[in-house]
Design a protein around this ligand. Structure first.
Ligand SMILES: Cc1cc2nc3c(=O)[nH]c(=O)nc-3n(C[C@H](O)[C@H](O)[C@H](O)COP(=O)(O)OP(=O)(O)OC[C@H]3O[C@@H](n4cnc5c(N)ncnc54)[C@H](O)[C@@H]3O)c2cc1C
Length: 464
């Protein structure tokens, strides 16, 4: 009876958990001390893709995953479903870190990863509603039009062509979607819309069928060289991988490595055909606009709009709590923005509202790595761009662990170490001031029609 209630609790996490097929009953926790080749902390996409590619490279490896709640509990089960080639560090930043060739290689690898997720999910029979319709970013003001042109110009200067990112006229934008006020925008084909929890739960099933030991309801209290410690046992392993993203700061010694910043979403009831006739999005491109405080949406396979944005506050001490997932004022603002984009949705029923922490490193650059001396590995800091990036991380960690020198292990994010965040209360002041500035900059640009210098200053301060 008690376990029944646990599954119900997980269903309520998000629209995606509510609609994912199969049981959400937690699997067995770690029963005692265990020896393994590879131990992984966290059953989100990072942990599970790592186990997937490792078990493929060497089916004889004993792989153990310890997950605090259930597979797909975190951001992997709750996100906006943009399986995109977006990488949190810009081409310019990667060039400064490692040169122009390395920057281009990183972005090309991300593009290939979108297809890799489609290939594997089809091959494994994971029906995650993968639809590669690209992404349209609307420019809804002159300032946003300028930003669209800058984005395309930067892309061109690194050798990417029309087939990677292109400017759209107002007419083309309207053909894709009937968003109000669209003066044009950009379009990239390198994105697929997915049902995130279907991917997460599907991966967990594939791993179990392959013999990977996935223990749920098993919080890891401590990670050290060659071992992880839980209340019910210790896993000793040659390699221990941290795949805890937005929850990383809760681990001992990690408080300042990745800041959990909340992203929140809403989902509408299924929309009638008459509404879709006005909205469009027929090929299910994911969509947003070129404001500073990011918004993101997708037309779901069952005919709803799932729509999200940043703007919820960062909490002192990098705290993460279930109550932070739901902020009524942010849901109201999202609903308002959605109706502003698509007025036909003014009175639509919103059936779900949820959120979760994304992992933000101090320099906004995701990283993956393995310290051979200690056997400790990690991947994360994807900011809000982890759906595809985690797959690249999993393949890269598999190569690093098996000692395979590959194109992936030479990418510039491999072994990158982000600086620590400032101690509190500076971190709290800085992150929230940054969020407020971005929201203010959007209002300023809408009012004056001029680009905000404050937003540029924040980006420069972060080194994005
Ligand atoms: C609302 C929202 C919308 C988003 N939209 C998009 C999007 O559209 N596109 C995109 O690319 N990205 C998006 N993201 C980001 C993306 O979802 C994440 O970057 C990605 O899922 C990270 O995967 P992960 O496996 O590293 O982390 P998670 O999925 O968070 O998994 C970490 C797991 O570790 C477990 N864990 C943590 N600590 C412990 C411990 N001590 N012991 C045991 N287990 C532990 C957690 O329970 C969790 O299951 C979004 C995120 C959110 C929250």
């Amino acid at each position: 009876m008690v376990r029944m209630r646990e599954a119900d609790k997980y269903r309520k996490l998000s629209f995606w958990h509510d609609t994912v097929p199969g049981s959400l009953e937690p699997g067995k926790p770690l029963p005692g001390d265990v020896d393994a080749d590879v131990a992984i902390v966290g059953a989100g996409y990072t942990g599970m893709w790592t186990a997937y590619y490792l078990s493929q490279a060497d089916p004889g490896l004993k792989i153990v995953i310890c997950e605090r709640e259930i597979a797909g509990f975190g951001a992997s089960g709750r996100n906006g479903g943009w399986c995109s080639a977006l990488f949190p560090a810009s081409l310019g930043k990667l060039e400064r870190m490692a040169g122009a060739g390395a920057a281009t290689a990183m972005y090309r690898a991300m593009q290939a990863t979108v297809d890799e997720v489609g290939r594997v999910t089809a091959a494994e029979g994971i029906d995650c509603h993968y639809a590669k319709g690209g992404t349209v970013e609307f420019a809804r003001s002159e300032v946003q039009l300028e930003r669209a042109a800058e984005d395309v110009a930067e892309s061109r200067s690194f050798g990417f062509g029309e087939e990677d990112l292109r400017l759209m006229s107002a007419v083309e934008a309207r053909e894709l979607a009937g968003a109000t006020g669209a003066l044009g925008g950009t379009f990239t084909p390198h994105c697929a819309a997915i049902h995130p929890a279907r991917l997460a739960r599907g991966l967990a099933s594939v791993l179990r069928a392959r013999g990977v030991s996935l223990f749920e309801r098993t919080p890891v209290a401590e990670i050290g060289p060659r071992r992880l410690v839980t209340a019910t046992g210790t896993v000793r392993a040659r390699y221990v991988i941290r795949a805890t993203e937005g929850y990383t700061a809760l681990l001992p010694g990690q408080r300042r490595s990745i800041a959990p910043v909340y992203s929140l979403m809403i989902a509408t009831a299924p929309l009638p055909e008459a509404a879709w006739a006005q909205i469009g999005l027929t090929s299910r491109p994911t969509f947003g606009d070129l404001r500073h405080l990011i918004i993101y949406g997708q037309r779901t396979a069952d005919g709803r709009l799932a729509f999200g944005g940043r703007g919820a506050p960062y909490h002192l001490g990098s705290a993460v709590r279930p109550s932070f997932d739901r902020v009524p004022a942010v849901f109201t603002a999202l609903r308002h923005t959605l109706a502003e984009l698509f007025p036909v949705l003014a009175d639509v029923e919103v059936t779900h509202g949820w959120g979760g922490p994304i992992g933000v490193p101090r320099d906004w650059c995701a990283s993956v790595g393995l310290d051979r001396a200690t056997g400790l590995g990690w991947a994360g800091g994807y900011v809000g761009d982890g759906v595809a990036t985690t797959n690249l991380a999993g393949r890269t960690l598999a190569d690093l662990i098996t000692g395979t020198d590959s194109e992936l292990t030479r990418l510039p994010w491999v072994g990158h170490r982000s600086p620590q965040w400032e101690p509190e209360p500076l971190r709290w002041l800085g992150v929230n001031a940054g969020l407020q500035t971005m929201a203010w900059a959007d209002r300023h640009e809408a009012r004056t029609g001029r680009p905000s210098r404050a937003a540029r200053a924040v980006s420069r301060f972060l080194g994005v």
